[in-house]
Design a protein around this ligand. Structure first.
Ligand code: NAD
Length: 253
């Protein structure tokens, strides 16, 4: 039996590089994956994940989600619970950065970054935590970044600080909802070759990132997907409040 047989997972940001890899991995392990994204790339993800999942009894479906629409998030999550529930895990992949020097970041840009990276986690967690605590079971995986642990090599200070906030939010929810049977953890990826990052990174930045990584390469979305599949599973049942660094040893250099 696969560890996700009979389990349903919501992936928010399913159409992106890391989100797509997570959906495919979870489905391949037998999960039914609700692939949420604002972009129509979610449709292709769901199709690919359904194909990956078939041999293991997994499946997938696409769902439109705009994480910026507070009321819409509540309604979309409630519909997912009604149509596909109970929900065993939530993976929050929505987020991203902006390569600005600190003095170029005005208040509107700073607020927008927190809206995108922190309020997105707030909205989906707040929509699903009542359901998970009522069931006394649930796993949440949030996305921080090496930038939230240290300082970003590609993005601005507003990105680094928003990703540090995700670590704090994760720890707090873990303490508060542990007694309700909900595990809340985060992943802090290093530089990962998602299409967004590949489009942004110059060859010089890529060479510098590789030189600063003891394992000698930048990461792949699949490197992250394996850790998502662990943290969102029962194998991680006694882990909560942690942020797992997946960066090839970036800190060690
Ligand atoms: N790729 C990296 O190097 C890296 C490093 C550290 C942390 N991270 C974090 O990992 C996560 C995933 O990164 P990625 O590189 O796969 O990003 P990505 O841009 O490929 O994926 C993000 C997804 O979020 C979706 N999205 C954007 N706005 C949305 C909205 N309003 N509503 C719903 N969906 C929306 C996008 O359509 C996209 O599919 C992010 O939180 C990112 O900050 C990535």
């Amino acid at each position: 039996m696969n560890r996700y047989t009979g389990r349903t997972v919501i992936v928010a940001g399913a159409g992106g590089g890391i989100g797509r890899a997570a959906c495919l991995r979870l489905a391949a392990e037998g999960a039914f994956v609700v692939c949420m994204d604002i972009s129509e790339t979610r449709d292709e993800t769901a199709e690919l994940a359904a194909g990956e999942g078939k041999p293991a009894g997994g499946g997938a479906c696409p769902v439109h989600l705009d994480i910026a629409d507070s009321q819409g998030v509540k309604e979309t999550m409630a519909a997912a619970i009604r149509d596909h529930g109970p929900i065993d895990a939530l993976v929050n992949c929505i987020g991203g950065g902006q390569p600005l020097a600190s003095m170029e970041i005005d208040e509107a840009a700073f607020d927008a970054m927190f809206e995108f990276n922190v309020k997105s986690v707030y909205r989906s967690c707040w929509a699903l935590l009542p359901h998970m605590s009522e069931r006394k079971s649930g796993k949440i995986v949030n996305f921080s970044s090496v930038a939230g642990r240290s300082a970003s090599v590609l993005q601005g200070a507003h990105y680094s600080s928003s990703k540090a906030a995700v670590i704090g939010l994760t720890r707090h929810l873990a303490r508060e909802f542990g007694p309700s049977g909900v595990n809340v953890n985060a992943i802090a990826p290093g530089v990962i070759a998602s299409p967004r990052i590949l489009a942004q990174m110059t060859p010089e930045q890529e060479a510098r990132a590789i030189a600063a990584t003891p394992l000698g390469r930048i990461g792949t979305p699949e490197d992250i997907a394996g850790v998502v599949a662990f943290l969102a599973s029962e194998d991680a049942r006694h882990i909560t409040g942690v942020t797992v660094d997946v960066n090839g040893g970036f800190f060690l250099s």
